[in-house]
Ligand binder design. Structure first.
Ligand code: DGP
Length: 115
């Protein structure tokens, strides 16, 4: 089923797009958790990491190349940034269309909140 991200990719609802090509679209998160918070989304609908297949390896690799480019464009490449992909319930995945978060622009702290 089409997600909100497919509608963004198709231009049916507005978003702040920072990069797009034939394979991926990247736009700013609607609820930013850092000065730079961009979502890198495959144009192809893949629900979760569990649905990634060997045929998607080039596409998934391309998401990293695009992340690197966006980090440079956003001016966070040298200071550092975090790439994060949530999968299913225990990771609080909210939108079931594969996406990579790019966070940067501040000290991001430890990788996970400590219990
Ligand atoms: P995740 O928990 O990994 O599924 O994160 C989903 C992210 O998507 C969350 O940080 C908020 C963002 N988001 C949800 N709906 C929209 C939207 O309509 N526009 C934009 N730009 N971001 C959205």
């Amino acid at each position: 089923m089409a997600t909100i991200f497919t509608r963004i990719i198709k231009g049916e609802i507005p978003s702040d797009i920072v990069y797009r090509d034939e394979q991926v679209t990247a736009f700013r998160d609607i609820e930013p958790q850092a000065p730079t918070h961009v979502l890198i989304v495959p144009n192809k609908e893949i629900a979760t990491v569990n649905d990634v297949t060997p045929e998607d390896e080039q596409l998934v690799g391309h998401m990293f190349t695009v992340a690197r480019l966006i980090a440079e464009n956003e001016g966070v490449a040298e200071s550092g940034y975090r790439l994060l992909v949530n999968c299913n319930r225990d990771a609080n995945q909210e939108v079931f269309h594969l996406h990579m978060h790019l966070f940067g622009g501040r000290q991001l702290g430890p990788m996970l909140a400590r219990r």
